[in-house]
Design a protein around this ligand. Structure first.
Ligand SMILES: NC(=O)c1ccc[n+]([C@@H]2O[C@H](COP(=O)([O-])OP(=O)(O)OC[C@H]3O[C@@H](n4cnc5c(N)ncnc54)[C@H](O)[C@@H]3O)[C@@H](O)[C@H]2O)c1
Length: 364
């Protein structure tokens, strides 16, 4: 098991990463690590999850929590991004109130980014805030959403518009849970892991380039998480450097939106990363060999690397301009400069963006 520490303005929390750390009867489960990390808290606690994850992993996790002295009550929210909203939050509040959960009761979030974001938002607001622990079960949630303290729900006018900063007390990433992850969800997480290699860790990138990610996960997952940790430690409230985590997302969000969300987020990010790399070569920010390596590693993981044929370049540009991450009138791009190094550019000529999209569009 590996442990990383995250320093935040409110204190430090640990991230535990390893296989079977949420399995009862392992040495880890027998240790009193959780009670040590969490301190003197209510034994009654809430485990928020969804039916998909509950069916696969809740029984084992409940037993592991019991081994740590907790008495978890399981609450399920429906599975899907469309339920990451205030109506679901309100339903969870009702259940917590009915169960008389008090302010020192811990809320555990067992699931992917949707469960983590929603349960985190509940934890930030229920009784003016209760402690919470992230138990991420998707690769994306492990490398990205469970770390950094951003919690949110969607609003009819846009994704993640209602949220808070709420740091978890701990993150426990049990890689055993990934054995049940569907291939599409695996690929979505890999797109983010590669992004982390590009912006912060050349060795991680090389590991993902050369090895079978699933088989070697214990070797590279802590590195992929560490990139996020380093960035959020330097920029806890997203005022600057955290923008680098959006590599591939300026193009990616626009593609997702134009596809009316039929294009999956991870796939859109992969195409977006390829677009950003190509744009970087056009601007002579990075060399063509790096752009080719980036494209190859994403392709090898069966992620898409071409802009869909039915998306005209000007429509993509327009969708980018309405993105909430835009600063002033300019579209902001995160571009790879070298492996492990990204820069932020917001004065890219429109024609150049159009040219890159046209070059990368699937030809008839
Ligand atoms: N807070 C942040 O900083 C941050 C960062 C990135 C993304 N996000 C958010 O994360 C969400 C996406 O997260 P996601 O990609 O994990 O999607 P998700 O939570 O919807 O999970 C994807 C699917 O996998 C299922 N699943 C989860 N774990 C499983 C397992 N171990 N085995 C089998 N199936 C499993 C889920 O039930 C779901 O159907 C979005 O809402 C996004 O806004 C937040």
């Amino acid at each position: 098991m590996e442990t990383l520490k995250v320093k935040t303005p409110e204190g430090t929390y640990p991230i535990f990463i390893g296989a079977d750390i949420l399995t009862p009867h392992t040495a880890f489960a027998r240790s009193s690590f959780l009670t040590q990390v969490l301190g003197q808290t209510e034994q009654v606690c809430a485990l928020i999850t969804n039916p998909t994850v509950a069916r696969l992993h809740a029984a084992r996790v409940v037993e592991a929590l019991r081994a740590h002295g907790f008495a978890p009550r399981v609450f399920e929210i429906p599975d899907g991004e469309q339920f990451k909203n205030l109506a679901t939050v309100s339903a969870v509040y009702d259940q917590l109130i009915d169960a008389r959960l008090e302010r020192n009761a811990i809320l555990f979030a067992l699931g992917g980014g949707v469960v983590g974001d929603l349960a985190g938002f509940v934890a930030a607001t229920y009784l003016r805030g209760v402690p919470f622990v992230q138990l991420p079960t998707t690769l994306l949630a492990m490398v990205d959403s469970s770390v950094g303290g951003k919690v949110a729900v969607d609003h009819p006018r846009g994704k993640n518009l209602i949220g808070a900063f709420k740091q978890p007390r701990a993150v426990i990433a049990d890689t055993h849970t990934l054995t049940t992850l569907p291939a599409t969800e695996w690929r979505a997480g890999m797109a983010e892991a590669i992004k982390h290699g590009i912006i912060g860790d050349p060795e991680l990138f090389a590991q993902l380039e050369h090895g079978n990610g699933r088989l070697t996960i214990d070797a590279w997952l802590p590195r992929a998480i560490r990139v996020k940790v380093d960035v959020v430690q330097r920029d806890p409230f997203e005022q600057g450097e955290r923008t680098k985590l959006n590599l591939g997302h300026t193009f990616g969000h626009a593609l997702e939106k134009l596809s009316q969300f039929s294009l999956r987020h991870g796939d859109a990010v992969a195409i977006g990363v390829v677009c950003a790399a190509r744009l970087a070569t056009q601007l002579q920010v990075c060399d063509a060999a790096l752009a080719a390596r980036i494209e190859n590693v994403l392709r090898a993981l069966e992620l898409p690397v071409r802009v869909p044929r039915d998306m005209p370049a000007d429509a993509i540009l327009e969708a980018m301009q309405s993105d909430k991450k835009r600063v002033g009138a300019r579209v902001r791009f995160v571009l790879p400069r070298a492996l492990g190094e990204a820069c932020i550019v917001d004065d890219v000529p429109r024609e150049m963006v159009i040219r890159v999209i046209e070059e990368l569009r699937v030809q008839v």
